[in-house]
Design a binder for this molecule. Structure first.
Ligand SMILES: [Zn+2]
Length: 293
């Protein structure tokens, strides 16, 4: 059994050891420590000296493999259900993980989506068994149990309804149809949803707009929640702030896409992919939208 030095510092043996330590540290000759195993001691684990490297590697890999978490499975199922309802086909888990790394999604949002699929955010249930932090299991803004779903599509005080309303307005203006009702399946699987014309040709510009619109809107709601809880002592964002942050965010994305359309980046493929969102520029104007608040 090991005990901390702090508990034994007053013992004579400990004092003697402490007194010898400086002398030993100043020695030029390395002290040989007897590492032989006493007779009668039975070694039950694998001997490294007798184990092949490949066998050790496989053993370590098997120890690291953990069973799929229930949260991950249920989140994957939500995405599959949503896609099946929209397209008639449920994507495989591999296809879902691949979609999280889609090229049109920013690196920061890719990381957030990956954590969301794993239920790895430190919110709600995460704090249940941490003494002193139990109050963090409920939403600070409305008192309901906190979860990612609550933050993104249910909480009445975080501006999520306003953001999805703006996203719907923009989407309807471009596509002629309303956005699907926001759900976890829609948000986390945005890069999986593909829109086609009557000839079953993919509408690349529209698909790109959808992925950006959904992922950026959801991530903005997440950021507003974090700013409120961490930096503003729980103060909810105002309607004007939510509105202007969303408009500013979308305009910023348009600027980036316009920059990519400059000759140095211009290829037929990029022009085709970006044409959908670039044409949206006249639809978003911070000042005209602010007047409607
Ligand atoms: Zn809430």
């Amino acid at each position: 059994m090991f005990v901390t030095v702090r508990d034994t510092v007053d013992r004579p043996s400990c004092k003697a050891t402490t007194a010898l330590a400086p002398t030993a540290a100043a020695e030029n000759i390395a002290v040989k420590i007897n590492l032989s195993i006493p007779a009668g001691v039975k070694i039950r684990r694998a001997k490294l000296s007798k184990m092949a490297q490949v066998k050790a590697y496989h053993k370590i890999r098997s120890l690291k493999e953990t069973p799929t978490r229930k949260t991950t499975e249920s989140t994957i199922a939500l995405i599959q259900d949503f896609e099946k309802a929209c397209t008639g086909h449920a994507p495989t888990p591999e296809r879902i993980w691949e979609s999280v790394r889609h090229k049109d999604i920013t690196r920061q949002i890719k990381s957030w989506l990956w954590k969301s699929l794993h239920g790895a955010h430190r919110i709600g249930h995460y704090w249940t068994h941490i003494p002193g932090f139990e109050e963090r299991t409920v939403c600070r803004h409305c008192g309901e149990p906190e979860s990612l779903q609550h933050i993104l599509i249910e909480c009445p005080n975080l501006g999520q309804a306003r953001i999805w309303g703006l996203a719907n307005e923009l989407w309807r203006g471009k596509s002629g149809s309303p956005l699907p009702t926001p759900s976890m399946g829609m948000i986390l699987g945005s890069a999986l949803t593909i829109f086609e014309n009557e000839s079953r040709m993919k509408l690349s510009g529209l698909n790109r707009l959808y992925q950006i619109l959904i992922s950026e809107s959801a991530f903005l709601i997440w950021k507003l929640r974090n700013e409120s809880v961490i930096m503003k002592d729980g103060a909810a964002p105002s309607v004007h702030e939510v509105h202007n942050r969303w408009v500013s965010l979308m305009n910023e994305r348009l600027k980036i896409d316009q920059f990519m359309l400059m000759p140095a980046f211009q290829t037929n493929l990029i022009v085709w992919h970006l044409s959908g969102i670039t044409m949206l520029l006249p639809l978003i104007d911070v000042h005209s939208v602010t007047d409607h608040c």
